[in-house]
Design a protein around this ligand. Structure first.
Ligand code: 1CP
Length: 356
């Protein structure tokens, strides 16, 4: 593993951060709120900057612009946490895979579909290539108010592997799943490499000033239980352990999107401070499934946010009612959608804070 690129900064204790207090197990009367994909194309100021930036990866690797995009939703809505503007696919990129983003279509990678093709990848992640990302983390941290938390992130090994093997996104998981059935040793080797690479990437973000990190497992929810344990739970557990070996007090959120009944086993095995819930989860069942004092994050329907009005108020109230009274981070069950009216996001935040 290469040496960290940015020195860890001395950060003042942020007792005022509702988000960090919640991750430490406090149940707050007004819970903290942020939204997955809170920076992005639904914001006119993002679209304007994106048009000037060139490609999407150029935006991710230009600290001044990535810092600005990270802060845009904080200025507009006053969320309790900012999430670093980057992407889960910078990890395969820094492992030497060709990664591109096609306008209007999404990510395209040169697929690696066999052990022979893994040979094209670096053995270890090139952290120097991601130096602009860590520079962004440290810039954002120094510009954010002390009571606002900064979240770094990575994709879970399984989710990132689905893109690396298929060469594209969406719900195209069949190539990775076929490889996992046909050649489990090869798939396991890829997952192990991703555990190491992702751990190095998360540690570098924490050392650059991120207050917490989120692991996005967007595509594991459909796996049958045994496969889910092998390819989602166990690698994420190993990833958390690697990170804590280097940063013992690291605050970690794990988001096994759509785990459903598999959440209980996942939450027993994975030593995260918080678990993210998708829109489809039964919230009371999820609360019963995680150890007492561990935070939950979620799970407002992004389409209720798009609809706005009374439906949005009801969706917010349901989350507060069913998950409140215990450590809770209000969020969506998946990312903000592109055509969401920005004023609905303002409505959501006001609804969460209305009794404050
Ligand atoms: O042209 C553009 O503006 C690109 C759209 C875009 C954006 C705004 C992409 C391409 N990535 C991002 C930023 C991003 N991606 C963030 C930044 C911070 C924030 O949340 O505001 C984060 C956390 C991600 C994480 C990410 N990227 C995930 C995990 C979460 C999820 O949505 O499930 C995944 C699966 C990706 C891959 C990816 N990158 C971009 C797109 C369009 C996709 C999804 C492609 C697919 O459909 O599979």
């Amino acid at each position: 593993m290469s040496a960290p690129v940015v020195e860890r900064r001395e950060t003042p204790p942020r007792d005022g951060s509702l988000f960090l207090r919640t991750l430490s197990g406090e149940a707050l009367p007004t819970p903290p709120v942020w939204l997955m994909r809170q920076a992005g194309r639904y914001l006119p100021e993002y679209r304007e900057l994106r048009a000037r930036a060139g490609g999407f990866l150029d935006l991710c690797y230009t600290p001044a612009l990535a810092t600005e995009v990270t802060l845009q939703p904080i200025r507009r809505f006053g969320f309790d946490a900012a999430i670093l503007f980057s992407d889960i696919l910078v990890v395969p990129h820094a492992l030497g895979q060709h990664v591109g983003f096609v306008e209007g279509e999404g990510p395209r990678l040169e697929p690696v579909t066999s052990r022979a093709e893994f040979g094209r990848l670096r053995d270890e992640i090139d952290l120097a290539m991601l130096a602009p990302v860590y520079e962004t983390v440290s810039r954002v941290r120094s510009e954010l108010a002390p009571e606002k938390a900064l979240i770094g992130f990575c994709g879970a090994p399984y989710t990132v592997a689905t893109y690396m093997v298929a060469g594209r996104g969406g719900d195209e998981q069949a190539p990775a799943r076929l490889l996992a059935y046909r050649d489990p040793e090869a798939f396991s080797e890829l997952i192990d490499r991703l555990v190491e690479a992702s751990a190095a990437h998360l540690v570098a973000q924490l050392e650059a000033g991120a207050d917490a990190v989120q692991i996005f497992d967007s595509w594991s929810g459909d796996l049958p239980p045994d496969e889910f344990t092998r390819w989602s739970t166990e690698p994420i557990r190993a990833l958390c352990e690697r990170v804590r070996a280097r940063v013992p007090d690291a605050k970690i959120l794990a988001f096994p999107r759509g785990a459903g009944a598999k959440l209980a086993g996942f939450a027993r095995a994975v030593p995260a401070n918080a678990f993210g819930l998708a829109t489809s989860e039964d919230l009371r069942a999820a609360r019963a499934a995680v150890p007492a004092g561990v935070a939950l994050q979620g799970a407002i329907d992004p389409l209720a946010l798009m609809a706005g009005g009374a439906a949005l108020d009801r969706a917010v109230d349901r989350v507060l009612e069913e998950l409140g009274g215990a450590p809770l981070v209000v969020n969506l069950g998946h990312g903000v959608r592109q055509h969401t009216p920005p004023e609905h996001v303002g409505q959501l935040v006001a609804r969460v804070r209305r009794n404050r």
